[in-house]
Write a protein that binds this ligand. Sequence first.
Ligand SMILES: [Zn+2]
Length: 220
Amino acid sequence: MIVLDPGHAPSIHAVDPRTGLDVSDYANEPEMRDVFAVAQIVRRELVAAGYRVVMTKRGVYDRVSLARRAQIANRVHAALALSIHDQAGYNGGIRFGQANSIVYYQSLGTYRASPDGRRTYFTDRQVAARSQRYGRIFRRQRALAERDGVRLQGNVGYNLGSRGLAAGNIWIVQLLSHVPWIYNEAGGNSAGRSGLNPADRHRYAAGLVAAVERCVPLSR
Ligand SMILES: [Zn+2]
């Protein structure tokens, strides 16, 4: 069972009752449409190969909080979950395959803080070890498909509080997940446009599919 998590939703405000974390999400176009399209390609190919696949969103404009996304993967005991993001747009957008190709895995000691300062840490040693192993596979397979250097990171690399998000250094969906969760970033602009063209959507998807097939091989 593989869970695919295409990034972003129309603005949704939510607080996780257990941790007090802000689990809101916000719309981001054209990223939201592009990464949903990439997820659909990945889903089609994985299903054709014999995987069971659950998406955290059924449509581009589903309002799904970050906590709900994690809950979906936890509930189905996914072997692996993956988020798909990119950075697109005329302002601050990054060319696909040229930068911002990043694979994040879950590691011990990362955290996010609630508005009142309560920290929730990622503490699952077994999931952390598996997530790191899967992260290496994603880096390799994405680099082959995207023909770009892909960075591997065990934390976000800066304090997300500096962006007005909950303070800390792990993505919320990864923190609240009980299963290995790989969070993917990429450049979001194809040559001469804001957003991804079909060729780049397929390149992004191809790396993700190849990685899933190596992380969670199907028994034949
Ligand atoms: Zn994003």
